[in-house]
Write a protein that binds this ligand. Sequence first.
Ligand SMILES: [Zn+2]
Length: 356
Amino acid sequence: MRMTVDFGEIPNIYMVLTSFFIFAFLFGSGQHRAANHRLREAVDLALSMDMDKPRAYDSLDPETRDQWLRTYLVLSVTERTFAHQKRYTIKSRGSPTANACFIRAFGSFTSYSAHRDKTDSMGMISLLYLMEAYNAIDESVVGCWAGYCKYSHGHCEDFDRRLALRMFRAQERAREDWLAGSISSEPSTPLPSVHQLLESQQVDIVVTHFWLLNKIWELCMSHGLLRDDSEHRELRLDFAYHVAYKFGTSCHAMNLHALEFHGFGIVEKIVDITMGLIKAVNSSTQLSLESSLTDYDPLTDKTTVPGPSVRLVLGNLHQIVQNLRGGSHDYVSRLTMALEAVPGYSGAAEPHHSVA
Ligand SMILES: [Zn+2]
């Protein structure tokens, strides 16, 4: 079907889903450029069907509307994840949650919750939490990740300190909502306890929170906004330590299989967060492998107790990457090489935690 010259002229939901499943297969087998092509194809087809426009849902029966809405949400989240991970731009514009809320005003979500089984509802709730996390990322900066900064007088027009801080705050709110079991864009929607979500769903959301925090911080680094002594803790080089340490602690509480459920995408995110701390050590004049910082949760700013050394935090994350999928993937050697390039890091330090 995809070989015909007029493929896509009359798109339907099955074409969208087929392209998406091919994307998932290609991504899982490490063929990322081909995967990106199929993801764009799926998004293109969905946009041709106006799946991002609430009015397109008017004429649909409840079951089809549910299917469209879920497909649209999955595509939006996946496209944003892929864009941030692989430095590609995104096609679907507009806040996914805002659109989803609008669509819900037509009664789709209500019918969904009322008539679908618990597994479906949990999947939908899990998607909403992911959407809230991605909504914290201003779309205007996605181009910056892809290397398309617009410079004016030596400064990027799209990303600056003010926007960075706003995105950090939005990410913190997304995390707080998750911990409180609510979604700020849907305050009137009674949500089940987050503990009712599957462990793999919880893992996906928690990892996404920390990873997006790391991505914003990395963007700050590439735009020259980080300092050793910034008045804003998020704009300090040692912020990467707090993200990495808290993330490692969260991983420690997760089941290894729930982490592995998400394939190599999750390994890549853990490597990204670890690389963030390595970059901080290499760039800072104050942060060393033996530094042990006063602990605080980068997302909720609670508790102050002495944290482990940078070396232990790195060793812990290295160990988690080694444990995932039996360590039989390229990410282990990539991370090992990056760690060994840090002056003074032997690579033989005892891990602080290990994933059970
Ligand atoms: Zn930029």
